[in-house]
Ligand binder design. Sequence first.
Ligand SMILES: [Zn+2]
Length: 283
Amino acid sequence: MRFKLFASIIALGIGTQMATAQRFPDANTTAVNDFADMLPEDDETRITEILDTLEQDTGADATIVTLSSVRFYAQDMSVADYATALFNEWGIGDVEDGNGVLLIVFRDDKELRLEIGEGFDNAAQTRAKDVVDDDIIPLFAQGDMVGGIEAGANGIADHIVRNNRVSASNTADTDDAKDSNMLWYILGGIGAFIAGIFGLNRRAAAKLAATPCSACGVAGQLEKSRVVLEEATEDQEGRGENRTTCGACGHIERESYTINRVKIEKDEFQGGKSKGDGASGKW
Ligand SMILES: [Zn+2]
């Protein structure tokens, strides 16, 4: 009797824990995270381009995620609730604009959710439903998973985000003006920099022409070159060598230098939130 009570307390404990337990995969990119491997590489690249272009044009982060089954990530959670939780865990879209969009496809459950950020209006909610019902589900139902996901990406870009852009067009204009001013500053700076390099190069060349070789003493035969001996990677500095070669005797003077590690610019989510709006679908 006592054992039974004990066992049921444990069962209750596990049950409660299972109800709240949820796992979130780490995002590899802000565009396509194909964890369920539904997209061949070429298709993934093409769909990523749709989403990247959208982000460059509008600043909106649209993310596509494929997962196997919701039960591997959350117990007792609907696809819609899990989509909201993942959206907020990752922080898709801008915090202030609330312009993130998440399309999450559960391959084995044959269920999907198109979740929109809190910055979208009610009309976007209707358009999300249209994208799911008219663009994605008919293709999924025919077994065309790639086609359905690509149609979803285009639907998000054209019907949900770009349609919503009208209200934001004023701020976009001033941003464009700022960008083009900035562009002129940058171009001016680059011009001055290049002119500086040519000036320096001419002076350096004149100096080099007057310098005699340290081995044979002949002047005007020295040539400088830069050689990369070991390319820099993400993990390691590279090595290079500045060489001064004498054309008369072949003597080489070497001076080594290090090359900074390669920095990978990682695109990151910006903390956007969802209130749980969007549209669901099954096929
Ligand atoms: Zn020499």
